[in-house]
Design a protein around this ligand. Sequence first.
Ligand code: PXG
Ligand code: PLP
Length: 439
Amino acid sequence: MTVNSLPNLDAYWMPFTANRQFKQAPRLLARAEGMYYWTDSGRKVLDGVAGLWCVNAGHARSKIVQAIQAQAAEMDYAPPFQMGHSKAFELADRVTQLTPAGLNRVFFTNSGSEAVDTALKIALAYQRVRGQASRTRLIGRERGYHGVNFGGISVGGMVANRKMFGTLMAGVDHIRHTHDPARNAFSVGQPAHGAELADDLERLVALHDASTIAAVIVEPVAGSTGVLVPPQGYLQRLREICDRHGILLIFDEVITGFGRTGQPFAAQTFGVTPDIMTTAKGITNGCAPMGAVFVKQEIHDAFMNGPEHLIELFHGYTYSAHPLACAAGLGTLDTYADEGLLTRASELQDHFAALVHSLRDAPNVIDIRNIGLVGGIELAPRPGEPGKRAFDVFLDCYDKGVLIRTTGDTIALSPPLIIERTQIEQIVDTLRGAISRVA
Ligand code: PXG
Ligand code: PLP
């Protein structure tokens, strides 16, 4: 499509977008392949964020494309309640072979937000079916992002995503975040300081009593808030405190899942296994909407009692395990396996870290954070204009042919896992130029 044939932009209320600014100078993508997008005017743009942290195998991968095309022709839709189709079971079986030991039961949703709300509901219901019905409280963390549904924003800790929407869910509390630039700025990989911040959970246990707490949910690496890597020992300590008090630990791996941190899941990278794990995005390489909640078998089995003709969990979506998404998921797992992509970040991370940290001397850079193939470069905000400096860097990079993502004044990088070393260099060189130009 050429610029001349732009559609009318008025009707579409764009998500998480400055709508008026966008519509004055639209940025339209028209095609994608491998590591690249092409804009509507035919300009080639290197994808530095895997679309939106999801296209981990790169764009237009043939096995995924063919799987979706074949499935659309064979069976478009199948009702998921009291009916099934083979690809749903096949995907569940295959994907649970990648998850940390014990997380071998999976509930399908259509997004990360739905996965999070599903996980919270399973946690509450599980406490009830195991005879701990007083455990109704949910604990999140400051600066957490768990999608945009009511459960997710209630346990989430990003102020702008919460403040407009009333009183949210009752009975939620938050532990403190782990960002500590005074001690940890420019850490390469996991910061050395801050394991003791997990003890904030003990404070909430002391306040509310463990008998009222169902679950704690955290992102192993906080993504959306600006890439906060867990301090060494922090997740282990959180796991220990949860075990001590009978609290379920939920890892929200919507971003970290499917190879982003160097192992299939961050739980494996950090050696800490949660009781419940949410994913989305990379499960279908972003090619069809899908989310998934993995639970330990004992959690699943606790529901499998009572009369066998009765529904065990009153929850599900019209599009749970949608055939097109299941086909996309199977094509995605094949592609990841064929190319070893779920551990490729561990091979590239030293090169990636060295290049990203080489931006340390660029103007206004106040912190750089990284793990696997995720990087966060934090800029000092312009006085009175939070977020503007990073957004100007985003625009400049886009103009120079590199797509990045910004949140507040942090630039986030999470390229497809097929990225080549020279392409990492291109991203970092473009960023260095942009950061200097907009200074
Ligand atoms: N949990 C986490 C940890 C996420 O990162 C969600 C839940 C929600 O997933 P859905 O599929 O409902 O969007 C996410 C999504 C950003 C950005 O700017 C991050 C996400 C989504 C959109 C933008 O960093 N993460
Ligand atoms: N609203 C109404 C009126 C519905 O009938 C349904 C599903 O049948 C929903 C919402 C939920 O939609 P979904 O299952 O796609 O989440």
